[in-house]
Design a protein around this ligand. Structure first.
Ligand code: TXA
Ligand code: MG
Length: 348
């Protein structure tokens, strides 16, 4: 497939390019688009034919449902099967457009191919002008998973989507680096109590401040529980190298990591350390990448997928990573890192 690649700026959008992308969406083709969280691989959510192409391009299992991206409230009402609750209304007012996906009972209009046979549908309004214009001008809700090959770290930069998806989709719209850098929070509003199925850009603390009680799906808390978001059960975000997280007080963590680095390096392995600005200078005999300063977890979040991909490029055999505090956006950061590490965690 010949993939057309265009570069756009959110602040001065070239509408000729958007028009070309709109035509592809209306003809049930595939368009990768930037969002504030990660890049998405989009197709017309109302067409089973179009949605089928997403699964093929990503190599994604068919039992993993897709998020539907919308640009206005009429699209929401079209897609959901029951009236909005007060809680949903408050969340939408506060966080849309933004990194919050809400799960509702679906209307009869949503194809089961999108929801993988479920009677619920995941919906979000992305906070990126290129994405919003694409959806609005298409006049169609756009189904879109993260635009990575299934199992790989989600793409936050144009070069990530181009290397994963060139030749597999009709068009790639390249924007800037994704601002949030981890995927949206998924909140299930289809039952009696709101349940977070995936921590993300909107934090648990923020959701609680609007809704009061919010539960965390057990699949987030431990690796042995079966998660409720079907996609959360698959191997995720995996760099090519093995990865181990070291968790504990910072000085002890640094010492333990250096000990592990030295031992592995002595066996002839190429070792990587995922560190922070405060600690990066400490490590020897390894490749060190910093996620940013420990004082700014938002920046850490925006760099995590990029740095995992950078280790793939460097070609290390094993990665040791420092753990982070799991409050606020740290919960999403650690969720992605634990999955990338296959829950390989050493506590010191
Ligand atoms: O930030 C994001 O959410 C990005 C951007 C592109 O919008 N999208 C994204 O999509 O991360 P994806 O497909 O990589 O992850 C969607 C997750 C999967 O774990 C899937 O199982 C879950 O959402 N999901 C979708 N529909 C669901 C439903 N009806 N019930 C439970 N989980 C659902
Ligand atoms: Mg994904």
């Amino acid at each position: 497939m010949n993939t057309k690649i265009f570069f756009l700026e959110e602040s001065s959008i070239d509408y000729d390019i958007i028009d070309k992308a709109v035509e592809i969406i209306r003809n049930n083709g595939t368009v990768i688009f930037p969002t504030e969280t990660v890049y998405g691989l989009g197709a017309n959510a109302m067409s089973t034919d179009a949605v089928g192409k997403i699964f093929v391009a990503k190599g994604r299992p068919n039992d993993n449902p897709l998020i539907v991206h919308i640009s206005n409230m009429n699209m929401l009402y079209y897609l959901i099967g029951s009236p909005l609750s007060d809680g949903a209304r408050l969340l939408i007012e506060k966080y849309w457009p933004g990194p919050l996906t809400l799960i509702f009972k679906k209307s009869g209009k949503v194809p089961y191919e999108v929801t993988a046979g479920l009677d619920t549908v995941a919906i979000r309004m992305p906070d990126n002008k290129i994405a919003l214009e694409l959806i609005e001008k298409s006049g169609l809700p756009i189904a879109g998973p993260s635009a990575n090959i299934s199992g790989k770290p989600s793409p936050t930069l144009p070069e990530h989507v181009i290397s994963d998806m060139q030749g597999k989709v009709d068009m790639i719209l390249c924007g800037s680096k994704s601002r949030v850098g981890v995927e949206s929070t998924i909140l299930d509003l289809s039952g009696d109590t709101p349940v977070v199925l995936r921590p993300g850009g909107v934090t648990l603390e923020e959701l609680e401040s609007v809704l009061g009680t919010v539960e965390l799906d057990r699949g987030i808390v431990g690796r042995t529980e079966v998660p409720k978001a079907p996609g959360m059960k698959y191997t995720h975000y995996a760099p090519n190298a093995d990865m181990v997280i070291v968790k504990g007080e910072l000085e002890a963590t640094k010492k333990k990591i250096q000990e592990l680095v030295s031992w592995n390096a002595s066996k002839g392995l190429k070792v990587g350390v995922l560190a922070t600005d405060e600690t990066a200078g400490y490590y020897k005999d390894c490749r060190v990448l910093s996620l940013g300063s420990r004082t700014n977890t938002e920046i850490i979040a925006s760099n995590v997928f990029e740095k995992l991909r950078e280790f793939d490029k460097i070609g290390v055999d094993i990665i040791f990573a420092e753990a982070f505090d799991e409050s606020h956006i740290g919960m999403a950061v650690m969720n992605r890192m634990k999955k990338a590490a296959g829950f390989n965690i050493i506590e010191v």
